[in-house]
Design a binder for this molecule. Structure first.
Ligand code: CA
Length: 654
């Protein structure tokens, strides 16, 4: 049966019910091999002809074999052989409307250098030793997510990581590194184990296009430019030319993170591809993309193309991809880039399918609840953006820009201040932050704190430290431990750790990570982006402060609560002085040690004598130490407490 007689892209309405009925397909797509042979299956309903080309090498040389594919039902093109083609590279030539395009397999699970050729792979031979027994540590009672980039995590020559593994997946398998390898000051995984974070989030590790995998070893990009959605990025592997190596090495990294006590979150970018001219486009032109009324590609991502997540086979593609990473790579959570460009229905399907397979609460799903600008989704599409959090599964999280900007100031405008660096905050506004914006608020409106990702810094925008220096030091001394900026940093961190929701931080926030004031460092040199492990040691007092906050947070049920009743735990807020706000928190539950908390945030330039609610109060955290709570002998406070300028004081009723 030939399909092209009555199917051309010029007249096709991909959203019409008859297109879906005729062509939607649920057979496994891609290439599959085993002892019984190999099958190639490509969904290309608008194609007139498809040729399969097999290669010995992943990038170089002519095809060793060419074969015309056979069209079948539902727009499928297949070719089968009794041979096991494990390790063979391939691509397709797809002809649509008389135009022939060369393309890799959009469903490829392995590929050659730079991903232009796909690879037939027996995935079982990519499993590291012990992979069958690998699993995440038990679900922690509280989530603290730590965002890292594979390359910048270990590229620093002081990282103590073996030179051959710096910037690679392999660095995440080195358990006991120290600064300069001197055996004393922990770096890398060893450092992270001590910090207390529960989840490690990997910035894009799928195959992206902006770094030449065979080129300059110092080339750097964040990686928000997907080429092969189901293949690991090659530049982080020790041998990107052999398709199986990157797969095994990423699995080893996940296995190692699990062994070290961390769950692993993957940053996924299903809202756009590196270029419109992608494998998806070359296989079924326009099907996977939104178009404006004038026919040009929708650009809500500001990357020149938006995926049409609401279209049935595109939705299937994205869902399949998420499930694949969860199943094959044991990924424990997904952070969706520009989730606001994807549709709510798909996001809900993803969460419920993950829940069904792995159990409720096992796989975290969250994302950025916004797009860069407007997108041309099909009419009636409900986007997974800030205005629609109530239409999402109540456990799908969203980055909360409202708290972020209230605490440190605008992420977009350098001179717009937040509470800790000279701005102002009404007590009611602080109450919203503390409640994780769970309620009917205009700025952000979560159903419960389970939907709120509370954070001050991520890879985007200025680091927290850079924003503080920009707004507090006219001389912009990013590398000086400025006392006032450090005080503001500790105050900001304390507020953040008192907000309900899931906590999130950019790696190095806890040692005043700087990118020298560069706001968008996605393609800046790795020297700008790299984690500076000497700084982690030199600024260790701030690290200690974060470590204490993380440990305390896990013991405060009033703040960890994610239930619908959680916001009710935030009691009276007031302002005993200018730029000083206080809040009472119902902290019953847990070990019952402090049934009530009293939080005082003094962002003013003078000491404040704050009146206390009735009872005896133990200081848990002040502006200098976040581990006062570990000392049972401290003097109790009653009636009033003095709070120094630019500091927080957290009290627990005994
Ligand atoms: Ca790549």
């Amino acid at each position: 049966m030939m399909l092209h007689d009555d199917v051309t892209t010029a007249v096709l309405d991909f959203d019409a019910p008859d297109f879906r009925e005729r062509f939607d397909c649920d057979l496994p797509l891609g290439s599959f091999c085993g002892r019984e042979g190999t099958i190639f299956r490509l969904w290309a309903p608008t194609a007139q002809a498809v040729w399969l080309n097999l290669y010995r090498d992943g990038a170089a040389g002519e095809a060793a074999f060419r074969q015309e594919m056979t069209p079948g039902e539902r727009g499928l093109w297949t070719w089968e052989t009794a041979e096991n083609l494990d390790g063979v590279y391939y691509d397709y030539h797809v002809t649509v409307d008389d135009t022939e395009r060369a393309t890799a397999d959009p469903y490829a699970r392995a590929s050659g250098l730079n991903g232009a050729r796909s690879m037939v792979i027996d995935l079982r031979r990519t499993d590291p030793e012990g992979w069958q027994e690998d699993g995440p540590p038990p679900c922690p009672p509280e989530t603290v997510i730590y965002e890292i980039h594979v390359k910048d995590f270990s590229w620093d020559s002081h990282s103590g990581v073996s030179p051959a593994y710096r910037g690679k997946y392999k660095a995440l398998c080195q358990d006991n590194t120290t600064l300069d390898g001197a055996g004393e000051r922990p770096t890398g995984l060893a450092y992270l184990r001590g910090l207390g974070v529960t989840h490690v989030q990997l910035m894009p590790v799928f195959d992206y296009g902006s770094v030449d995998e065979g080129g300059d070893p110092d080339a750097f990009n964040w990686g928000y430019d997907p080429v092969n959605y189901n293949v690991p990025e090659g530049s982080y592997s020790t041998d990107p030319a052999h398709g199986e190596v990157r797969i095994r090495e990423l699995k080893e990294a996940v296995q190692s993170l699990h062994r070290n006590g961390f769950r692993v979150i993957m940053d996924v970018v299903y809202n756009h591809t590196y270029r419109l001219d992608s494998w998806l486009f070359r296989t079924v032109p326009w099907y996977y993309y939104r178009r404006k009324e004038d026919g040009t590609p929708s650009d809500g991502s500001r990357c020149g193309n938006d995926l049409a997540s609401e279209r049935s086979m595109c939705a299937r593609y994205i869902l399949d991809s998420v499930l694949y990473w969860a199943e094959e790579y044991h990924i424990d959570g997904f952070r969706f880039d520009l989730m606001g460009l994807l549709d709510a229905r798909l996001m809900n399907r993803i969460q419920s399918e993950l829940d069904r397979r792995w159990g409720v609460g096992e796989k975290l799903v969250f994302g950025e609840p916004w797009g860069a600008t407007e997108t041309a989704a099909a009419p009636g599409t409900v986007l997974a953006d800030k205005s629609n959090l109530h239409r999402l599964n109540g456990r799908i999280g969203a980055f909360c820009d409202a708290t972020r900007d209230a605490v440190k100031g605008s992420a977009l405008q350098a001179d717009v201040l937040g509470f800790v660096n000279g701005g102002h905050m009404e007590p009611e506004h602080l109450a919203c932050c503390l409640k994780g914006w769970a309620g009917p608020y205009a700025a952000f409106s979560a159903q419960t704190p389970a939907q709120t990702i509370t954070y001050l810094s991520s890879h985007d925008d200025w680091t927290l430290w850079d924003k503080l220096v920009l707004t507090m030091d006219p001389e912009r001394r990013y590398d000086e431990p400025l006392k006032s900026a450090l005080r503001a940093n500790r105050l900001a961190a304390t507020i953040n750790f008192c907000c309900q929701g899931h906590l999130f931080l950019l790696s190095g926030e806890e040692f005043a990570r700087t990118k020298a004031g560069i706001r968008d460092s996605f393609s800046s040199p790795v020297a700008v982006n790299r984690l500076d492990w000497r700084r982690a040691w030199n600024w260790r007092e701030l690290v200690e402060y974060y470590r204490g906050l993380i440990a305390l947070r896990k013991r405060l049920p009033g703040l960890c609560d994610k239930s619908a009743a959680a916001p009710d735990r935030i009691g009276a807020v007031s302002a005993p002085a200018e730029d000083c706000v206080t809040a009472r928190v119902d902290n019953r539950g847990g070990d019952g040690r402090w049934p009530e908390l009293f939080l005082i945030f003094n962002a003013g330039e003078r000491e404040v004598l704050a009146p206390l609610p009735p009872g005896d109060w133990q200081a848990l955290v002040d502006g200098e130490s976040s581990t006062l709570w570990q000392d049972d002998e401290t003097q109790l406070r009653r009636n009033t407490a003095a709070v120094s300028a630019m500091t927080a004081l957290l009290l627990g009723r005994v």
